[in-house]
Write a protein that binds this ligand. Structure first.
Ligand SMILES: *Cc1c(COP(=O)(O)O)cnc(C)c1O
Length: 377
């Protein structure tokens, strides 16, 4: 089965990992500092905190935002469940706001309508790699006294009007799962231009431990002393995986170029098929595409999914609206609340997209789609 996404690993990556395995530090050593510096430089020169997954990054980012029971978070529903789940696990209430019809990203007007006096975070998602509508969302969040969070699990390397992802929001979260634009096997990061938020993220990642003597309540306890002022967890990404991350970062530009080539090749091959719609790209967006979200307009998405799977093509659907998960249904969330996201989901099909995908494979996938709709070659 041709997968819809997969990692690209070369000898240089293997060497970087093996070198760390032979050294003194498996975790919390110099490779972590190096990766965080390399990563920070790629995302606007901001502070980066490496963590164990994109889900962990969301949990840490919401903690850094000071999310507490009773707070509300406005979340785009066309996303992996973690964007919402990580907020619920802090005791917050999630309010889903609908997406824009073209990009599938959080619609600023819908986000604005979802604000209340309890809103603490507005959380958008760079769906498929296309950056959020950052300026209006920033204004809306600022006016509400809330923070803007960008779930950039899909979009490291993307640029919006000249600014890299990582530079657009108060808190940006990344995922380094193998199908994403860059991998550390499992991994993620929190990025912020705000030193206080970066510090809070670092603390939560490491049990909330306070090691800075001038900040301790009992600084004279002894040289070994560290103390907890607010609870945290262990989300530390080990040196072994950070070494892979630094190595992969060298190829991020090449990954982005190849992903764009494949995107354009699918576009060209499918542009005349009236039953489908190819992905939108807004002016000012320069995406590092994670997904190729095709939309099937004639109601036959499921049949096309089954047809491609039967032909060995590992297509995927991204995503069932987050509030359709029974856990949200059981909390009282009802279908129909975000009709644009629901229609998007019902049409959506992700075609295979990863740097090592060959042109011949792209042509084979596109050919199967054309054939399905009766467009012979
Ligand atoms: C992958 C993903 C996550 C979670 O990242 P993991 O590293 O798999 O935990 C969160 N949000 C979105 C939009 C994702 O695609």
């Amino acid at each position: 089965m041709l997968p819809y996404g997969r990692q690209s690993i070369v000898e240089e990556d293997v060497r970087a990992v093996v070198e760390v395995l032979r050294g003194d530090w498996l975790t919390t050593g110099p490779a972590v500092d190096r990766f965080e510096a390399d990563l920070g430089a790629r995302v606007g020169g901001h502070g980066a905190v490496a963590v164990t997954s994109g889900t962990g990054a969301l949990h840490v980012a919401y903690a850094a935002a000071g999310l507490r029971p009773g707070d509300e978070v406005v979340v785009a529903p066309l996303t992996f469940v973690a964007t919402a789940a990580a907020a619920v696990l802090h005791g917050a209430r999630v309010v889903f706001a609908d997406v824009s019809e073209d990009t599938g990203n959080l619609d600023p007007d819908a986000a604005k309508a979802a604000l209340t006096s309890r809103t603490r975070v507005v959380a958008g998602v760079d769906y498929a790699g296309h950056p959020i509508d950052a300026e209006p969302l920033r204004r809306i969040a600022d006016d509400a006294g809330a923070l803007l969070l960008e779930d950039a699990a899909h979009s490291i390397g993307s640029i919006w009007h000249g600014r890299p992802v990582g530079d657009l929001a108060d808190l940006t979260t990344l995922s380094f799962f193998p199908t994403k634009n860059l991998t550390t096997a499992e991994g993620g990061a929190v990025v912020s231009p705000d030193a206080g938020l970066v510090r809070a993220a670092r603390r939560f990642r490491n049990h909330g431990l306070v090691r800075e003597r001038d900040e301790q309540r009992y600084p004279d306890e002894g040289g070994w002393h560290q103390e907890v002022h607010a609870f945290g967890l262990n989300y530390r990404l080990p040196d072994v995986l950070c070494a892979l991350g630094s190595s992969q970062l060298h190829r991020l530009d090449a990954f982005k170029r190849r992903r764009a080539e494949i995107h354009a090749r699918y576009d060209a091959a499918l542009v005349d098929v009236a039953e489908v719609r190819t992905p939108a790209c807004r002016e000012g967006a320069d995406p590092a595409w994670h997904l190729y979200p095709l939309r099937v307009l004639d109601g036959r998405r499921r049949a096309l999914y089954d047809h491609l799977r039967a032909n060995g093509i590992g297509v995927q659907v991204n995503y069932v609206p987050a509030y359709w998960h029974p856990v949200f249904e059981d909390m009282g969330y009802r279908r129909g609340q975000c009709p644009v996201a629901e229609r998007y989901y019902q049409q959506q099909l992700s075609l295979p997209l990863f740097p090592d995908l060959s042109d011949a494979d792209v042509d084979r996938v596109a050919g199967l789609v054309r054939e399905f709709f009766g467009h012979g070659d």
